[in-house]
Design a protein around this ligand. Sequence first.
Ligand SMILES: *Cc1c(COP(=O)(O)O)cnc(C)c1O
Length: 373
Amino acid sequence: MVDLVTQYQAIKNEVDTAISSVIEKAQFINGPEVAAFQKEMEDYMKVKHVIPCANGTDALQIALMALGLKPGDEVITPSFTYVATTEVIALLGLKPVFVEVDKDTFCIDVNQIEAAITPKTKAIVPVHLYGQAAEMDVIMEIAKKHNLFVVEDNAQATGCDYYHSNGSVSKTGTIGNIGCTSFFPSKNLGCYGDGGALFTNDDELAQQIRMIANHGQSKRYYHDVVGCNSRLDSIQAAVLRIKLRKLDEYNNNRRAVADYYDNFFAKYEQIKTPIRGAKSKHIFHQYTLQLEGIDRDQLNAFLAERDVPSMIYYPVPAHRQKMFSAFGSEATNLPITDWLTDRVISLPIHTEMKEEQLKQICESIAAFIEKNE
Ligand SMILES: *Cc1c(COP(=O)(O)O)cnc(C)c1O
């Protein structure tokens, strides 16, 4: 699905030098590389504060901790997402309230948020799924009206531009009270291990987040709140500094892959290619098709036989996970989410794809369709 080896070969000299330098100086934790990455990421994101942490799941957990939510408080989130988004809500004793997604963008359906709000609702966690933004202007308006916090799960959309209705542009992850991302190796901006970060323009929240990520420490050995230990390694920061400079180019390469697929599949009415909404510039963390009249699981197996990778993101939505059965979430009526769960399939997409590979993938899918006609 990704080719991180070829990507590394192209930046090997820079990366090897940067990693050796960290090791030679033995500045493994909180060294100058972390501070430099933080500053460069703040400039790239055009956000006041970037707080690096250990992974994207921690970022989401720390964000919800920083908002001071109380057990039993409700958090609205899509069910159609990676488990990390919803898991941290339950982990903190909060109640996940699952809302439907939009069939075209795969992101939370903003028309269904207000119906899910109760007096206990405290926050909305939209997910910019597959690299395209949720409708942030509408979400922020709803949040303002009902006095709710917004935490963006930006793990799949680092580098995505959101176009506000007033004409201004923001990076996704910098619009809500807090944004969270992951630097897991296969993400659009990935390191060579685990990593993550939080984004905020709010000075007080930034201070609270830094404290929570560092054992709740306000000054050395003085711990004001219950926190955790969540740090970005210096070696990962050194890698991220190099890859951040290439992020826009990497995202453009992904868009070119998406263009190729779009053109090829245009003639197949059984295949719905990803819709590129007008509200943001899709960065294609995933290229995800919706199939109608083709058996998704059979296609998946057919491609596997031919050594063509494909993945189902995600085969089980949150409201159908055992993890959440205590919340009675199974009874939630989310027909679009269930519909998508049975019909989506994601194809290989990465920064180093060759036309030859694309051709082979597309022709394999065409062969499957012909065989079944
Ligand atoms: C990857 C991902 C996360 C979690 O990030 P980790 O760094 O793996 O903890 C959270 N949410 C979404 C949508 C993701 O894709």
